[in-house]
Design a protein around this ligand. Structure first.
Ligand code: SF4
Ligand code: SF4
Length: 195
């Protein structure tokens, strides 16, 4: 199989291509009582390392990033709000695939990269259900915070908001009639991601 940058399957081989790789069919009788492998065995059956362990080389965005979805700015006052938010330390405006976010780089107090699973409360009641139930196979953080050739990730600091204001076009009431897209804004943040 081939996967794209978001781990979607980009190329699924035809069954005829993989038929010869399958073990020969054996007509075994079924057990009286159905048995199922444990969950961990199901995981171990996945053979594509990058897919099976999507967190293995990740910087743990899920434990070091808070983000809040925002409407695209449509009025100059929305840009002023971005200026206000990014005046705080470690707060950025980010843009990915036309979705805007206020993003806060902060580290969960339970994060410990030296501990197993990088989480000091892994398997304990204190661990938020949000974390326990998170499907890392479909990680939204990777989609939103890791740039790819087809999906630039824009990170705007406080100083970039003034540039963004100049790039926009407004009507007489301050409504934004032209808003640059992610590709237009990408050059602003290339050298300064989360710094
Ligand atoms: S869940 Fe996503 S962001 Fe968190 S460590 Fe895994 S791949 Fe990285
Ligand atoms: S509780 Fe654990 S998994 Fe959840 S954000 Fe904190 S360190 Fe990460």
């Amino acid at each position: 199989m081939q996967f794209d940058d978001d781990r979607n399957i980009a190329n699924l081989p035809d069954i005829s291509e993989i038929f010869h790789l399958l073990p020969p069919y054996q007509n075994k009788s079924l057990p009286n009582k159905a048995t199922f492998p444990e969950q961990k065995d199901i995981e171990h059956n996945l053979t594509i390392e990058r897919v099976r362990q999507p967190c293995s080389n990740c910087e743990s965005y899920c434990c070091n990033t808070l983000y809040f979805e925002m409407e695209p700015p449509h009025h100059i006052s929305n840009l002023d709000y971005f200026r206000f938010c990014t005046g705080y330390p470690n707060v950025f405006v980010t843009l990915h695939e036309e979705q805007w976010y206020v993003t806060i780089k902060s580290t969960c107090k339970n994060y410990d990269p030296s501990s197993e699973f990088r989480c000091k409360v892994f398997g304990k009641d204190e661990r938020p259900i949000h974390c326990s139930m998170y499907d890392e196979m479909k990680c939204e953080y990777i989609k939103r915070f890791v740039s790819s050739a087809t999906s630039p990730n824009v990170v705007l600091q406080n100083k970039h908001i003034a540039t963004l204001e100049k790039m926009c076009i407004y009507d007489s009431l301050g409504n934004i009639t032209y808003l640059p897209d992610a590709y237009s804004l990408q050059s602003l943040s290339q050298q300064n991601e989360y710094s």
